[in-house]
Design a protein around this ligand. Structure first.
Ligand code: GRF
Length: 196
């Protein structure tokens, strides 16, 4: 059984759909939800779904082993970041080479990097007068929103769109594609260039 740990900081609507997608799956399961924010919505989603949760302590996460020991002990094979706002420490990237996926609500490499999340991304896209936006699902390396891109899907930005309406269109793409792209990445790990 391949075991996934989903990392999230917020509402967890993507996490809920990922858990649902793999419920009853023969070879893949979401075994853990990892969160850095006490009281985040994703924690009650995990509770309702009967998925164990792990609350990260900042010092231990950034100064220690990035919880590698704990994740390996729990038999975690794959990490999925679904709205996780902390940067993944090098120790964790090194422990899971080619096995950490992130979803970003824009067409990287534009509108990525530190501080570019949620509405800030959609505001920047509208302010720049972009005619389209979308999602990027990529492998995680030591830099923010920088690893090898696995999948992108786009949607038009129309006159009159607001950050909220763009967020809605992007979120529909996230819900549609993220679970199946995760499944493909686990079942058929693509060859990663410059794999350590
Ligand atoms: C999504 O917009 C995702 O693209 C970004 O963080 C958000 C997570 O939302 N990485 P939710 O917590 O899954 O509702």
């Amino acid at each position: 059984m391949k075991q996934i740990a989903v990392f999230a900081s917020g509402t967890g609507s993507n996490t809920a759909r990922i858990i649902g997608h793999f419920r009853g799956h023969p070879t893949i399961k979401v075994s853990l939800v990892v969160c850095n924010k006490p009281g985040a919505g994703v924690l009650s989603i995990a509770g309702k779904e009967g998925v164990p949760t792990l609350l990260l302590e900042k010092e231990a996460f950034f100064r220690g082993d990035g919880y590698v020991g704990e994740l390996k002990e729990r038999g975690i094979d794959f990490l999925v970041l679904a709205g996780f706002l902390w940067k993944v420490p090098a120790a964790l990237v090194k422990a899971y080479p080619g096995k950490i996926l992130n979803i970003h609500p824009a067409l990287l490499p534009k509108y990525g990097g530190k501080g570019m999340y949620g509405r800030y991304v959609h505001e920047a896209v509208i302010a720049a007068g972009e005619l389209e936006t979308g999602i990027t699902i990529h492998f995680v390396d030591e830099l923010y929103d920088h690893g090898q891109v696995l999948f992108q899907a786009s949607v038009t930005v129309e006159p009159g769109d607001t950050p909220a309406t763009v967020a809605q269109k992007v979120q529909r793409l996230e819900y549609t594609y993220f679970p199946e792209i995760i499944e493909k990445a686990i079942d058929h790990p693509p060859h990663l260039q410059n794999q350590r």
